[in-house]
Write a protein that binds this ligand. Sequence first.
Ligand code: SF4
Ligand code: SF4
Length: 466
Amino acid sequence: VKYIEKGTFPDTRRSFSVMRCNHCENAPCVAICPTNALFTRNDGIVDFDDANCIGCKSCMNACPYDAIFLNPETDTAHKCNYCAHRVDQGLEPSCVIVCPTQSIVTGDLDDPSSNIAQLLARNNVSVRTPEQQTRPKVFYKGADSANLDPLASRIADDGMMWSETRYPRAVDPTRASTARTTYTTEHPMPWKGMVSAYLVTKAIAAGLLVVAAILVLADHGANRLVVGLLAPTLALVFTGVTAALLITDLKKPTRFLYLLTRSNPRSWLVRGAWILAAYTVIGAVWLLGGILDSATVVEVVAGPGALLGAATAGYTAYLFAQCEGRDLWQTPLLLPTLLVQALSAGAATMLVAGVLVDLPGQEILRLSLLGGLLAVAALIAIEHTAVASAHVEVALRAMTRGRYSVRFWLGGVVVGIAVPVVLVLVALGVSSAAPVLDPVCGISVVIGLAAYEDAFVRAGQSVPLS
Ligand code: SF4
Ligand code: SF4
């Protein structure tokens, strides 16, 4: 139950609203769940099955209402399931029975003679964030709109219950005070450092074969050491690290094979696992070509390798798009951003490897890095000027002026883009300085990418949903 207060003493008012799973008709939690642990029953109840849950926490980012939590006793996702076990016995949900003022009414919306259907027909009702198009099935009669809009009331910055609060600029810049949230539920951020790190290692893994394919195009396919052996080996190692990070971040890591054995093909977590598996196979074939010293094999797999590299880099854009609760991640610019990040991460890693081996096509690698970095900078700049919603504005503010601003500006922009762009330009102009500048530049890109991804992942989840 969320409590909010409005007004100034002595003219104040407190109101209450029950926040719960809406049993959405178009439930994003069901679409994203990779193992069908969340599912919609024939009667419309969105239920869960502990035995299938791998604890990936995707559903927590997919639900736009913060209705799902991780049960610390089972390490699986739980939520209101409309007391499905009671409904199956012909009973009403427990909340209906226990509510002393009959504030909760349940029933069959499809039966026009039911009490609930008649209540809805006779009254003006609201739902939470209808713009998410989830078609929620919890309707509020007489609720204060500030109760239902998570950005319309705030907890004061000092955390005090009765402190004056101010409207977030994104909601209403003209008003000085806002409703106070005096009691609410907030769940811990589901995805943190492991997911940021996964984005970095995956970008490196994906970019390596893309960059190696560019070297093949530039007639370096016969370079066995770098193109035939080093590039696919590093790509396979970073793909393995990516998979390890994904598995470690599961609350039920021993169930990770459920991704393949109990899979929901609609989930981009499952599709991503298939793409990573295919990328591993093409990387292994590429490496085999290098071991056999067969430039023909390397040249044949270069095209599919580059395509699967792009798929490996880009599928996360579709996974994040399924996280309907996180508006920042819905940007159509995420796919091109991930692709050019992978290009620059792959080129940067090759330039670092140049400390150990003689690289072919060094100029091509530097130009790929430069092009990738400039494209990343342009895409980030566009993203920060074309703000799609109040939620996006709040998230961008957290990223550029709030908690994550050091990671964004110092890490992502200065260390990740500005410094390497200068270094690569100097290396292109002064070839004698390149052996020193190339690896420094490569390391700077990877550190900056890690900082940027962390700011992006956390800022996206920093916007309150209930
Ligand atoms: S998206 Fe959220 S509110 Fe909708 S059915 Fe899933 S858990 Fe419930
Ligand atoms: S945590 Fe993952 S596996 Fe479990 S219900 Fe949520 S989406 Fe499904």
